[in-house]
Design a protein around this ligand. Structure first.
Ligand code: SF4
Length: 474
């Protein structure tokens, strides 16, 4: 196998790392800076890989998604979600860590990443690690440090918990391959939906350098699957698949363009997830939109709903939106909106509709559609049955019949149904005072931070405080 040459040729040694020149910070101070710097990265769910600890190390992973929780606004929170470094040689206009910003900079060492992960794991705070990074010196240099951290975790500490690591565009493919053999999930951020947007706001990044590692990881996963069929004990490569993140609202792309890009990524790159991140304006820059109403969280929410429809409900992007109708309805979720534009297909007889059609009925999800299909084998379903099966009848009732009858004498008419659907309160990522952007910080509790300054381990009562904080936010 070709050896990684590039970073070895660089004039940097690990002893030269910028953080050795900075005022020395305690591990907790670094953690404060580097967990806060990571909060805009949303691509962090952990579901998708199942691995039992084999008693030779610590940790395990559960495909039910053990190392993530979700805040009230639907954002994913990973309790050890940190950057390796917030140093960066690039100047992406939307990013708090861009090189032109005057922010406190620091970097972990590989050993510190191991210490934090293991200590937090042992204290039951986390069940995995989400490690992203700015770019220190160059992509290979940074990726080598990350590799060293992961290698130590897996081989010295025998850590078998979940690891999600970012692949830095421009990293040598050999290094990407080596990282993929240690991580459960990898992600390469697309950042902006189009090459044009990227050019405008991230002039140091290029679409090709983002798609190249994405393709490499996809091919690696495919060939690993074949290998595993032949050799059960072959090392696993990115077993939880790859994901990406797209910033929404920093550039003028429509929802239609964004869902079309997401659909292409799912189809052509086999991505496990596309994460949408409402643009949060953290820098003053004339090329950034003003966003007087704050981050477009409602738009982000609609995109997640549409993404769900693409992945699990058999919808295509072109069914949901079009060039003539390029953005989602802010008042109705994309499935209700689609149903209202296709009233000619409704009402659907619940005792006869096929699975695909059931999935298209507002108020019926993947699980409840499956339950209907199974229950129909033994009886003809009534509205009473549907309630018990968990169908959301306050949405579905306008679109279905049971044994030829609707639940009430309702009109199949767009305005009438829209008015009634709008009276059903939808759970949105918006609080009573307007749109908010909040993400769990390890340091939300300042007294906790102050009490920790200089300390490198956590005390039992602080563990309790921390756990209460976790429960409160999630
Ligand atoms: S590469 Fe761009 S987005 Fe990533 S840390 Fe650097 S400036 Fe921020």
């Amino acid at each position: 196998m070709r050896e990684i040459q590039a970073s070895r040729r660089e004039p940097f040694s690990k002893n030269d790392i910028a953080f050795t020149k900075k005022p020395s910070l305690s591990l907790m101070q670094k953690l404060e800076i580097l967990s806060d710097s990571a909060k805009y990265d949303v691509a962090c769910t952990s579901s998708g890989v199942e691995r039992k600890g084999d008693k030779t190390g610590i940790g395990n992973t559960v495909s039910g998604g053990i190392c993530h929780s979700f805040s009230a606004d639907g954002r994913c929170i990973s309790l050890l979600k940190v950057l390796f470094t917030n140093e960066c040689i690039y100047d992406c206009k939307y990013c708090i860590n861009r090189k032109s910003n005057d922010v406190k900079r620091t970097s972990f060492t590989p050993q510190e990443i191991c210490d934090l992960t293991i200590e937090f794991y042992r204290r039951n705070y986390i069940e995995g690690l989400f490690l992203s990074s700015g770019i220190l010196h160059n992509p290979n240099y940074t990726s080598e440090l990350i590799y060293e951290a992961l290698y130590k975790l897996r081989n010295e500490y025998r850590f078998q918990g979940y690891i999600h690591v970012k692949a830095i565009p421009g990293t040598d493919p050999v290094l990407v391959q080596k990282l993929g053999l240690l991580a459960d999930r990898m992600s390469v951020n697309l950042e902006l939906p189009t090459a044009e947007g990227l050019k405008q706001l991230a002039p140091n990044k290029h679409r090709k350098s983002i798609l190249t590692p994405m393709r490499q990881i996809q091919n690696g996963i495919m060939s690993n699957k074949n290998e595993l069929m032949l050799y059960q004990n072959a090392p696993r490569f990115v077993p939880a698949g790859q994901s990406t993140q797209v910033i929404v609202g920093a550039t003028p792309e429509s929802d239609y363009e964004i869902v079309t890009v997401a659909e292409n990524l799912y189809q052509k790159f086999d991505l496990k997830r596309v994460f949408y991140s409402a643009f949060v304006k953290v820098n003053e820059d004339k090329s950034l939109p003003a966003l007087p109403g704050g981050p477009p969280l409602l738009r982000e929410h609609r995109l997640y709903q549409a993404d769900w429809l693409l992945r699990f409900y058999g919808f295509e992007a072109k069914e949901l939106l079009s060039e003539d109708r390029p953005n989602f309805n802010v008042l109705l979720d994309p499935k209700c909106d689609w149903a209202l534009r296709h009233l000619e297909l409704f009402p659907v007889e619940i005792n006869q509709a096929d699975y695909q059609m059931l999935l298209r009925i507002p108020g019926i999800g993947v699980k409840s559609a499956g339950r209907i299909i199974r229950a129909r084998k033994s009886t003809r379903l009534t509205f009473e049955h549907l309630k018990k099966l968990g169908i959301v009848l306050k949405r579905a009732l306008y679109f279905i019949t049971c044994n030829g009858k609707m639940m009430y004498n309702t009109k199949i008419e767009e305005d009438y149904i829209t008015r009634n659907l709008l009276s059903v309160k939808e759970k949105l990522p918006i609080d009573a005072g307007g749109i908010t952007y909040k993400q769990l910080s390890l340091f939300d509790d300042k007294t906790f931070l102050e009490s920790q300054s200089g300390a490198e381990t956590l005390k039992p009562h602080q563990i309790k405080e921390f756990q209460e904080e976790i429960i409160r936010v999630s």
